[in-house]
Design a protein around this ligand. Structure first.
Ligand code: ZN
Length: 166
């Protein structure tokens, strides 16, 4: 069994980190400059270090590092998926908080009655919440738009679209 790959991104890659989380890839984003402390943390937590700093390649490092091109965020995402042969899995879509990287927890529909807009409550039955920031999530147009955007940029999310029926 392969354990799923986990990532540590430096602060310049916050946008990429959000996309990876949307697809369910555990990605910690660390404030501040990429350097020795980040390399240590990545190696210690078994995370692949994502960075744009070429000079880090020349340092001694016991972990794994992926040097990203200076490109649009979606191109970087595409690069990571290809380079590491990551498989996009429908069941992992929208399982992590985009801000906190925490695993979202399912909520009973009734428990969100007063917490979400009324039209959302009427139309939606599945809700999740981030245990850290307490934000509530539900399937909606933002997810559809995100998948549309990925498709337009050559990232194959067919499996997700079929399973979500969007
Ligand atoms: Zn959160």
């Amino acid at each position: 069994m392969n354990t799923p790959m986990k990532f540590l991104a430096d602060a310049t890659l916050a946008g990429l980190a959000r996309w990876l989380r949307l697809l369910g890839f555990d990605t910690v984003c660390v404030r501040g400059e990429a350097g020795r402390p980040l390399m240590r943390q990545a190696a210690g937590e078994g995370r692949i270090l994502l960075t744009r700093r070429r000079d880090l390649m020349e340092r001694q490092f016991s972990g794994r590092l992926l040097l990203l091109p200076d490109a649009a965020t979606v191109k970087q995402l595409s690069f990571v998926l290809q380079k590491l042969s990551l498989e996009i899995q429908a069941q992992n879509f929208c399982t992590l908080c985009l801000s906190c990287n925490q695993k979202l927890v399912s909520l009973e529909r009734e428990s969100v009655r007063n917490l979400v807009p009324e039209y959302v409550f009427e139309h939606c039955t599945a809700y999740t919440r981030c245990p850290q920031c307490r934000k509530i999530f539900w399937p909606g147009t933002h997810q559809r738009n995100a998948l549309q955007f990925l498709t337009e940029n050559g990232i194959d999310v067919t499996q997700i679209r079929q399973s979500q029926n969007i």
